[in-house]
Design a protein around this ligand. Sequence first.
Ligand SMILES: [Zn+2]
Length: 205
Amino acid sequence: MQGYILHVSKYRDEDVIVTILTPDALLSLYRFYGARHSTVNLGYKIDFEIENIVNVTISRLRNIIHLGTPWIGHAPTVMIWHHFIRLLNTHLRGIETVDPFYFNLLERLSRSLERQNPKRACIDAYLEMLAFEGRLHKEPYCFICDEPVEENLALGRAFLPAHTHCIYGRKLPFNETLAMLENQKSLMLDETTVNNLWDVLMEGM
Ligand SMILES: [Zn+2]
């Protein structure tokens, strides 16, 4: 079975509980001495087996193989990937059965990180997620005051459009930002805007 490690929490001295996103489930598995294993790391894609033990509530994680990516040695990219993974873990917390969309999203994002600005790649992935979840608001109406936004466009959490003064947000380029929401691509946005949107994303999914 394959999955992405969304969270690793210590249990007792060196054992860990690992949260893994597979194509159709979010699993919590127990790993003895997991803190010592180089294969158990946040954001890693792994191949693994599950061992079910009679009368033990949490199954065990076994035979782990790390499935590496070309960017794994590039620290800035790994750091951004970690941020995205933590946000996704919080977003999916408490869910057991998940749509394959989320696993496939990480597959695509991981490939994009090989060739794209990592923040831009994460923003595009997030836009895809908002669209999939039916949460993408494309119309320029402020979610705080309900009035149309004509110039001073900012985006709040979940990339909701707003007036800059209503959310004390940074002013974004109007046409380019609306085009981004329409096409779910940040292609037209400059690096400064991408950095601003990254800060909004860091507030939570
Ligand atoms: Zn407003």
